[in-house]
Design a protein around this ligand. Sequence first.
Ligand SMILES: [Zn+2]
Length: 175
Amino acid sequence: MSERSLQLVLRLVAIFLYLGPLLVAFSVHKGNILAMVVPSREQLDRVGQKMEDLLNFSENVMQKESYRLNENGGEAVVRFANPSPYPILLENFTGYSVCKEHGYPLAWFQLKEKVKIGPGENGRLEILFYPTPGASFHVLLGHLGFWPETEVENGLMEIEMLRAKIKIRVNQHGT
Ligand SMILES: [Zn+2]
């Protein structure tokens, strides 16, 4: 693989916060663990914005170490640099691998197991691929049977950070 094809540049599209842990976080912060403090829409937006600022996906957060995908499925190992100044637990990473040329979904993928990554550290993500029903046919007709280069579409990362559960929509915009 060339140096360039090793990079996996993902763009943060949207960020979602789970309410449950946030309620707890807000309550503890106010020094009253029993009180159920319901954060306002404005507070949530502020926290969401803060989280987004903390998760910097603009640099090369991900590097492919290995990658294999064919009609039997496949796997990839990706080095993931924690893009925040806090420890994170990467609970899942799912999405589709689509062929770059046509955007056809060739496989669905998910994280094999959770990975804990400290601030400024790298984690190794093992990703498993499951071919879509039409994948082999598309590769045969559209790519003469050779599995093409793919990119991530509708990627969803589930991260735990600062006691909040965060879902991050990511997409790849060329490499
Ligand atoms: Zn194609």
